[in-house]
Design a protein around this ligand. Structure first.
Ligand SMILES: Cc1cc2nc3c(=O)[nH]c(=O)nc-3n(C[C@H](O)[C@H](O)[C@H](O)COP(=O)(O)OP(=O)(O)OC[C@H]3O[C@@H](n4cnc5c(N)ncnc54)[C@H](O)[C@@H]3O)c2cc1C
Length: 242
């Protein structure tokens, strides 16, 4: 097992595998992910996998667009099936407040170039024949929305990260994180091999990511879970900082 890395990411869900993948895209080859069980063993496995770009926040909508664009190209990039289906989405307005909200979201979508349409109830029922028209004023249609297999996309991100130089260890529960006088982080994990549990230590110069604080019951310094996110910069504008 590797004992020194520029960054160690803790947990093997969608958030952590995405972080690992994007670190390698930033040129961080010397990175490691530790998962206590197997990849997607956490709540990622249970998620419905809906990929919508609907949001009332400009920044979040750009981030969601980045995600959907990534899901479109990742399968071809890494050669891992992830089942992205751009089937579109439909939201029904049953009050004037909803219609106002949809118009607000539609204006944001238009400003960032995401397809968005407000349709009447007849068109909503035509698009989704199970829709009951009663009480519906209009509907918001986002044809580029879709769904993806959450487990597949996590595996694809992990595969992409590995192709970029990252190492992933499963059955490696992190027990402790501590900041050394040198400024490096010491991460102590149980690396399981068969039924044996060996106590291993890894050190990283960068930062501890994602699940870090939660995984270790708060036995970390305060900045541990924010440091790697800062270094990613703003991916939504394609201006990531190294
Ligand atoms: C395609 C997709 C669509 C989604 N859509 C929605 C949505 O519409 N609405 C919504 O609310 N959410 C949505 N989600 C989010 C989803 O419901 C979960 O919130 C999300 O997947 C959690 O990811 P995570 O990586 O943060 O956590 P997890 O998947 O739980 O991963 C954490 C991992 O950390 C590991 N771990 C824990 N402790 C340790 C330790 N000490 N050492 C090592 N490893 C440890 C766990 O075993 C686990 O594998 C979506 C997710 C996906 C993938």
């Amino acid at each position: 097992m590797k004992t020194h890395a520029r960054a160690i990411v803790i947990g093997g869900g969608i958030a952590e595998c995405s972080l690992l993948y994007h670190l390698t895209k930033l040129g961080w080859k010397d990175v490691v992910l530790l998962e206590k069980c197997v990849l997607t063993a956490g709540s990622t496995w249970h998620s419905a996998g809906l990929c919508t770009m609907f949001s009332g926040s400009l920044r979040l909508m750009k981030l969601l667009r980045y995600s959907v664009d990534l899901y479109r190209r990742l399968e071809g990039e890494v050669g891992q099936h992830m089942g992205f289906k751009p089937v579109g989405s439909l939201r029904l307005a049953t009050s004037q407040d909803y219609e106002d909200w949809f118009q607000h979201v539609g204006a944001i979508a238009q400003s960032v170039g995401i397809p968005f349409e407000l349709v009447d109830r007849k068109e909503a029922a035509r698009l989704s024949p199970l829709t009951c028209e009663d009480g519906i004023l209009s509907a918001a249609v986002m044809p580029a929305d879709g769904y993806v297999d959450p487990s597949g996309v996590t595996q694809a991100l992990a595969k992409g990260a590995k192709q970029g130089g990252a190492e992933i260890y499963e059955n490696a529960r992190v027990r402790e994180i501590s900041l050394l006088p040198s400024g490096e982080w010491r991460v102590v994990s149980d690396q399981r091999s068969g039924h044996d549990y060996g106590r291993r230590r890894g050190e990283c110069g960068g930062a501890v990511g994602a699940r870090g604080r939660k995984a270790c019951g708060g036995r970390t310094a305060d900045c541990a879970d924010t440091a790697p996110v800062r270094c990613l910069g703003d991916w939504t504008d394609g201006q990531a900082r190294s």
